[in-house]
Each structure stands twice: as structure tokens, then as C-alpha cells.
Design a protein around this ligand. Structure first.
Ligand code: AKG
Length: 308
């Protein structure tokens, strides 16, 4: 693992061998990116791959627009789906994945004990192709964002179902999680001025079953691809206290997403009774699921819970 200040590669943690060590935590906080190698075992990888294939097949078959992003209007013959929202609600294997103990242990260490899941989606490139994802920070930013989350308490975990080689992977600029808005804007504009420019960035080359963690403030992008499949399940996590006091969702969202997390943990416990489960232990003041009616869905559309 590289932990110095000028990392030429994405720092990495072999999570099943070592767990998340203090040096991994420090590397993530510094660079805003960390690869967890070998997070999924072969059986779980296979089951989530099959679930992903079925969700993508459904897109092709139905040409559905709700919760699906297409490259063109889905009625157009060259349109291809590239993203599906709320995948925890749409697929049991992905709901069970959301209860993965090693992933959640790592999130607890980085986000804090009161983590809640916020976004869940699948971003993918089918062999029909996908356009470049321009250089960006992820959405729903805070005012004075670097001051609030520069060291990495809002995290996107991308779980890879296919290989991501250099010509079809996410590239990131380590340390850009601490850049001010002016530097981010200037750099993104420069890099986005040509089709694909990686100056100052490192490739996050990943294997199926690995997970890439990135601070949502880390500048990242991905090249256009054609003829090569890459499917990634993204789970985003935020501290409940940040959502409760600041947003971007209204306070009521916290309890609902805590219920989703607890329900995913139950599903996982039923399907993997021999696995040591993740113990969800938010601060006493932040146990907002208590006394709430049972969930009938895991889909809580962001726009219905928006604070700003
Ligand atoms: O997996 C990828 O290609 C990048 C996804 C991404 O950066 C995003 O959806 O914001």
C-alpha cells in the first residue's frame, strides 16, 4: 500500500486478510480514494452478477425510463441504459449485499458509528457502449464542502462485478478532496475540454469482487467505452448527524434509511447464518428508526425528501 503524500496509484487494502488498518484509514482520508481488494467471495459475486444481469435485461426488454438513465431516448434504436437507481429495492441479492459486514465495518470506521445509506444505484457499461463520465465531484454538495467533509465522511463505495482495466475504469485525482471550489472548477474545465485527459489522475484498476471507496469530493471521471462490459453497484453513505442537521435530505429520511439498513442486515443474517453480522450501533441520540411502522419499500426517492 502507498501511504506517502504523492501516491502514483490508488492505495489499497486486502480487506479479508487485514481488515481496515489505521494506515488504510489514513490513506483514504489523505487521498480521498481507497481500493478494498477481494471484498466479495465467489458465491456472492456470482449471485450479484446474476442480479445485475437481470436488472439490465429488464431495461432492454421494457425500455423503462423510471429510475433508468439511457444514453438517448430509450425509444431510439441506438439508446443504451447506463444507470439504474434504487437497486436495493429492485433486487434481493443487492439488498443482502447492502448488509455486507466487512463493507459496513469499513464504513463505520470512516463515516462514523451513525452512518446511514443514502444513494444506491448501479452504473454500468454494456457492450453497446457508454459515453465518457466527465470529471466531477459527486452531487448534493455542502456549502464550504471541504470544511465539512474534506477528510471523507461522505463516501461512495463502488462494488465491481466485472474487470475495470485502464481503458474502462474510474480515474481519480488523489488529494483533490481538499481542493477549493475554484481549483476544482478550473481543473475539471481543463480536463473536460478534450474527450479524455487524465493529467494528474490515477487509474482505479479493479477486479470483480473489489470495491473502490471514494470521498464524494474527490475529482473523478471515466472514459467512453464500447464493446466492454463493466457493472458497478454504488452505495453512498453519510453520517446521520450530518443529514439530521444539515441535509441534503429532511430529518425524517434518517429513520427511514436506518430501517432500510437494519432490514438489509436481517435479510443477510437469514441467508448467511454463519457469518458474523455487522452490528449497527449509532449514537443513542440518533436511533431514529425506533417506533416507526414496518417498511413496505426500500425505495425512498431523493426528491420527495429534499431539504434544499
Ligand atoms: O463507474 C463509473 O464509471 C463512474 C461513475 C461515477 O462517477 C458517477 O456515477 O458519478
Amino acid at each position: 500500500m502507498t501511504t506517502d503524500t504523492a501516491t502514483p496509484t490508488v492505495p489499497e487494502c486486502h480487506i479479508r486478510e487485514t481488515g481496515l488498518l489505521p494506515e488504510h484509514v489514513a490513506a483514504f482520508k489523505r487521498h480521498g480514494v481507497l481500493a478494498l481488494r477481494g471484498l466479495l467471495d465467489a458465491e456472492e459475486l456470482k449471485s450479484v452478477q446474476a442480479a445485475a444481469a437481470s436488472l439490465i435485461d429488464d431495461c432492454w426488454r421494457t425500455r423503462e425510463k423510471t429510475d433508468v438513465i439511457w444514453t438517448l431516448e430509450p425509444t431510439e434504436p441506438d439508446a443504451a441504459p447506463v444507470r439504474i437507481e434504487y437497486v436495493v429495492d429492485k433486487s434481493r441479492p443487492i439488498a443482502r449485499l447492502a448488509g455486507h459486514p466487512l463493507l459496513l465495518d469499513a464504513m463505520e470506521a470512516l463515516v462514523g458509528p451513525s452512518l446511514i445509506p443514502t444513494w444506491d444505484s448501479m452504473v454500468f457499461k454494456t457492450t453497446a457502449g457508454a459515453p465518457r463520465l466527465a470529471w466531477h465531484r459527486d452531487g448534493e454538495m455542502y456549502r464550504d464542502a471541504v470544511g465539512v467533509i474534506g477528510s471523507g465522511r461522505v463516501i461512495d463505495a463502488g462494488i465491481y462485478l466485472d474487470p475495470a482495466p485502464e481503458d474502462n475504469c474510474v480515474w481519480a485525482i488523489p488529494g483533490s478532496n481538499y481542493w477549493d471550489d475554484e481549483r476544482i472548477t478550473r481543473t475539471a474545465e481543463r480536463l473536460n475540454a478534450s474527450e479524455w485527459d487524465t493529467a494528474g489522475a490515477v487509474p482505479a484498476v479493479m477486479n470483480p469482487g473489489d470495491a473502490l471507496l471514494h470521498n464524494i469530493l474527490t475529482l473523478h471521471g471515466a472514459p467512453a467505452v464500447k464493446g466492454s462490459q463493466r457493472r458497478v453497484v454504488y452505495f453512498e453513505y453519510r453520517p446521520a448527524e450530518l443529514e439530521w442537521q444539515v441535509g441534503p435530505h429532511v430529518p425524517a429520511y434518517v429513520g427511514l434509511k436506518q430501517q432500510v439498513l437494519r432490514s438489509c442486515l436481517d435479510l443477510r443474517r437469514e441467508s448467511a447464518p454463519d457469518e458474523e453480522p455487522f452490528a449497527y450501533r449509532p449514537a443513542d441520540a440518533l436511533r431514529h428508526w425506533e417506533g416507526r411502522p414496518e417498511l413496505t419499500t426500500y425505495r425512498f426517492p431523493h426528491e420527495e425528501y429534499w431539504r434544499w
